[in-house]
Design a protein around this ligand. Structure first.
Ligand SMILES: Nc1ncnc2c1ncn2[C@@H]1O[C@H](COP(=O)(O)OS(=O)(=O)O)[C@@H](OP(=O)(O)O)[C@H]1O
Ligand SMILES: [Mg+2]
Ligand SMILES: [Mg+2]
Ligand SMILES: [Mg+2]
Length: 321
């Protein structure tokens, strides 16, 4: 099968990183460091990026990695205690890790892209991680501008009464599946198509600054979704649509940051998982997301991810107002 090795390696490294994040949250109250853009990062974000970049570097030494984090925020002398703590957690997976190797591994994620590259969000939804809510380790392989492999590990996510901890994986053309993080048989993922729109739910961010919740509710109502939204952090929202828990994920530009361009690592894995589960993902104009322009989706604004069936109706509603 195509991309068999990539899929296996991506799953292995994402699972190792997800266990690291889970351990951090079980064992300490992670402190957040403020980055230059004032967004938070934690020892778990750095540890997750180190573990994944180390593993990808061994398996695919030629592949660039476009990752969210950068070790510059850890290298200053006053951050030495945090770097020690990151190193201790990385040693849980890679016993020979030292502060020096950890920063080198993290900085493998500083690449710009290319024809074939990986994109990594070591913790998507850091605010959710800090709050004790949803977060995801998100890893995707992009080739020729197309996402080919996507993995989302969601340590806090469960369906119904199941135990928390799920992983989602897709390979282009080969479908999408999920399994428990602790192991088990893969189960196919399929978007919801059967019900009438008034039985559908939609998902949106917890953080009001990452979208336009007023407009998102209005659009959902315009397409016949009458129930309140499910608010969830991270690309767990994509997983919810792929698994049929919701029919629609809306992420419209926030009125506070109207010119914001989405980062590729916030979407690549989730997009493929929904597409391979039978759904559709575009920007708010109905155009495909363009992953060939570096670290940002410069050619797109807003994200509409759906079960496919309602997609055109949603885009038409957006064009009306
Ligand atoms: N203004 C604005 N508009 C849209 N998106 C933004 C914005 N600012 C930040 N971000 C990105 O949001 C990522 C988390 O998105 P979520 O949908 O998970 O939001 S939330 O977790 O509910 O807060 C978050 O990813 P992480 O940093 O990995 O958590 C950011 O990349
Ligand atoms: Mg993110
Ligand atoms: Mg992140
Ligand atoms: Mg972040």
């Amino acid at each position: 099968m195509a991309y068999d090795t990539e899929k296996k390696v991506a799953l292995d490294v994402a699972l190792a990183a997800a266990h690291l994040c889970d351990r951090v949250r079980q064992e300490i109250v992670p402190e957040s460091i403020e980055k230059d853009d004032r967004s938070p990062v934690t020892v778990a974000d750095f540890g997750s990026q180190a573990v994944i970049c180390q593993g990808l570097g061994v398996a695919f030494p030629q592949d660039p990695i476009v990752g969210e984090e950068d070790s510059a925020d850890l290298r200053s002398p006053e951050r030495a205690p945090q770097l020690q703590l990151v190193t201790r957690y990385v040693q849980g997976t890679l016993p020979t890790a030292t502060p020096d190797t950890v920063v080198q591994w993290i900085d493998r994620g500083n690449a710009q892209g290319g024809d074939r590259f990986w994109t990594l969000d070591p913790i998507d939804g850091t605010k959710g991680f800090l709050r004790g809510d949803q977060y995801a380790v998100a890893l995707a392989l992009v080739e020729g501008g197309e996402v080919k492999v996507g993995v989302l590990a969601c340590p806090a996510l469960s369906f119904g009464s199941g135990e928390p901890g799920l992983v989602f994986v897709a390979v282009r053309g080969e479908g999408a599946s999920w399994m428990p993080l602790k192991g088990g048989d893969p189960q196919p993922l399929q978007v919801v198509t059967g019900a009438e729109a008034d039985g559908f739910r939609f998902v949106e961010s917890v953080e009001s600054g990452h979208g336009d919740q007023t407009r998102q509710s209005a659009i959902a109502q315009a397409v016949g979704i009458t129930q309140a939204s499910i608010r969830m952090d991270s690309q767990a929202k994509y997983a919810a649509v792929a698994a049929g828990q919701a029919a629609l994920y809306l992420r419209l530009p926030s009125p506070k940051t109207p010119d914001y361009r989405e980062k590729i690592w916030d979407h690549a894995a989730g997009v493929l998982i929904i597409e391979e589960a039978g759904g559709r993902v575009t920007d708010m104009l109905g155009q495909p997301l363009d992953f060939s322009q570096g670290s940002k989706l410069v050619n797109n604004q807003g994200v509409v991810a759906s079960n496919g069936v309602i997609h055109e109706t949603v885009i038409a509603a957006l064009q009306q107002g």
